[in-house]
Design a protein around this ligand. Structure first.
Ligand code: SAM
Ligand code: DTB
Ligand code: SF4
Length: 330
């Protein structure tokens, strides 16, 4: 495929699977050149948005996501805890800001939040915003009124991943269906929140499934403002941990195709960096990744040490993206 590059920067929602499969099949140098061109036309190519994650409600989740250490039914050593106290969350947010994060993301191991849980979550969002940080939460499935409540509390982003292709979804999760995810995303968009939505690779899915996942993301009614691409963190006790790890070049290809198909979105090199070489991460940044999770823990699993990330940024000449250009929130 050798279509002209000129059209590559205008966001399109009419990508076909064939077009996306053809991008994945490009010779690696050609794919990278296209991704780098699109990246430069939309962003400062050396700037990376920095988010820090905190698990505000850990473990004991009733869902059966095959990748997740927090699902109650897998024996992973993660202990179920109750929702954290608001002040403790805000103390962690202050530390994240001092360390250089521009966004604070709070995750809860819920299928969906109860209305009474949202009182505390709204207080957390208000506190995080008052510190001058962007806020993001991921709480599971949301109703329209719940999304509106979060918006009223000042929330910037809601994270809700499609995770994989519609076809592979039932092999990974049986306690909800793909269209449940689409419904929550619609509620989030209707509330005027920015959407953070991506997926996981390395779960034993096929190349066609990676095409299907990017296709599902790039043909949403509007592109998610933030697109996390997670490399599976293999956690013993979860069914997905038995999968053969993905070839790092195929991981980089997934980032590049996300960059080309969703040109104005911030693409996050998300979970999985702890077991990734500096070279794979560098290729991911070249392919157009321009966000990371920074801080020594993701939700329950390790992330690179902050000193190691500082050293990597210095080696690559990368700097952190100022909060304003990272946010497309109205
Ligand atoms: N319970 C909510 C939900 O599922 O939407 C929010 C929290 S859940 C842990 C957020 C996301 O973390 C999942 O959608 C999945 O993409 C990602 N995730 C969970 N376990 C992972 C793993 N082992 N490796 C990579 N990503 C993972
Ligand atoms: C996302 O796409 N990845 C993050 C965040 N959104 C919530 C979560 C990664 C979790 C990795 C496994 C863990 O630490 O429990
Ligand atoms: Fe629960 Fe979310 Fe983990 Fe699925 S990914 S088991 S919904 S915490």
């Amino acid at each position: 495929m050798n279509a002209p590059l000129a059209a590559d920067t205008t966001p399109r929602n009419d990508w076909t699977r064939e077009e996306i499969a053809a991008l994945f099949a490009l010779p690696f140098p050609e794919l990278m050149f296209r991704a780098m061109t699109v990246h430069r036309r939309n962003f400062v190519s050396t700037e990376v948005q920095i988010s820090t994650l905190l698990s505000i409600k850990t473990g004991g989740c009733p869902e059966d996501c095959a990748y997740c250490p927090q699902a109650a039914q897998y024996d992973t050593g993660v202990k179920a805890e109750k929702l954290m106290d608001v002040q403790a969350v805000l103390a962690d947010a202050a530390k994240a800001k001092a360390a250089g994060a521009s966004r604070f993301c709070m995750g809860a191991a819920w299928r969906s939040p109860k209305d009474k849980d949202l009182d505390a979550v709204c207080a957390m969002i208000e506190g995080v915003k008052a510190m001058g940080l962007e806020s993001c939460v991921t709480l599971g499935m949301l109703t329209g009124p719940q999304a509106n409540r979060l918006k009223d509390a000042g929330l910037d982003y809601y994270n809700h991943n499609l995770d994989t292709s519609p076809e592979y979804y039932p092999h990974i999760i049986s306690t909800r269906i793909f269209t449940d995810r689409l419904e929550t995303l619609e509620n989030v968009r209707q509330a005027g929140l920015s959407v953070c939505c991506g997926g996981i690779v390395g779960m034993g899915e096929s190349a066609q499934d990676r095409t299907g996942m990017i296709h599902a993301l790039a043909t949403l009614p509007s592109h998610p403002q933030s697109v996390p691409i997670n490399a599976l963190v293999q956690v013993e006790g979860t069914p997905a941990a038995r999968a053969t790890p993905l070839d790092p070049i195929d991981f980089v290809r997934t980032i590049a195709v996300a960059r080309i198909t969703m040109p104005a979105s911030v693409v996050r090199l998300s979970a999985g960096r702890e077991s990734m070489s500096a070279e794979t991460q560098a290729l991911s940044f070249l392919a157009g990744a321009n966000s990371i999770f920074y801080g020594e823990k993701l939700l329950t699993t390790p992330n690179p040490q902050t000193d190691a990330d500082k050293a990597l940024f210095a080696r690559l000449g990368l700097t952190s993206m100022p909060a304003k250009s990272a946010s497309t929130n109205p």
